[in-house]
Design a binder for this molecule. Sequence first.
Ligand code: PMM
Length: 304
Amino acid sequence: MTAPAPRDRRAPDATTLLSVRDRTLVMGVVNVTPDSFSDGGEWFEQEAAITHGRDVLAAGAHIVDVGGESTRPGAERPSVEEELRRVLPVVTALAADGAVVSIDTMRASVARAAVEAGASIVNDVSGGLADPEMVPWVAANRLPFIAMHWRGHSTAMQSRAVYDDVVADVVRELGERRDALLEAGVDEDHLVLDPGLGFAKNADHNWALMAALPSLHDLGQPILLGASRKAFLGRVGRDQGAAPRPAADRDVETTATSVMAAMAGLWCVRVHDVASTARVLTVVQAALEHAPDDVDDLVGDLDR
Ligand code: PMM
């Protein structure tokens, strides 16, 4: 067994983190899957995943996001039992360390078991659409909920990457989701929205959203961005026809997206390599702390 890390009693809880507006938080990814595109198989063994989670926290993550289902395009879903088997020991160990753990799942039964094991945020890439039991349960338990823009499961999503105007369409669809979630009783102070880069979106769609990050504030909720190691970052800067950079070699590009997110005043970035993002965000933070009262020139439309 891996020795438990000492509990940090000063660590803020999930609700406190939800209210942070003066800097961009870092969520570290722990995928307990054999086939995620970004770190597939690397942390599949339980002990390796727990150790990785502790490393992610030590590197400066405010939240650790544990997931047991790969959402790469075309991926088949694991059974509920298999998803539980993957995530529960990891959630249990990291929560026992005192970490703020989010459970990355589209299944209410998995979210429920993970919360019982110590997770305190539900990160649902379907925004509650995949499982009709998810939203009523999240609302009844007043849980922090991350709802991503989603148009269908991995097997179908690429064919749904069709937009008139991707930024306007994503903001409108996320706004409709926000309204439905609030109507269903999800606490407004506990709702985070996410544009869902790479989910039913091609590279041009992702870039258009990256270029329009400040417009996501129109949604009136804290925003999380998940750009880390996604395919569009593997192709940027490569010659036409050249092989894309492998996923593990996209962290420099990822840090650039983290800077863009922080400059746009987003709430949190979800990344694999926490150390590099945590470092670049100290640079943005230092500049913001020296900004004049009217910071619009530096950071756009911010609630700071
Ligand atoms: N992307 C992935 C998985 N979970 N959750 C949120 N909220 N936003 C995302 O963009 C997101 C996510 C897929 O990436 P991975 O395979 O690297 O985990």
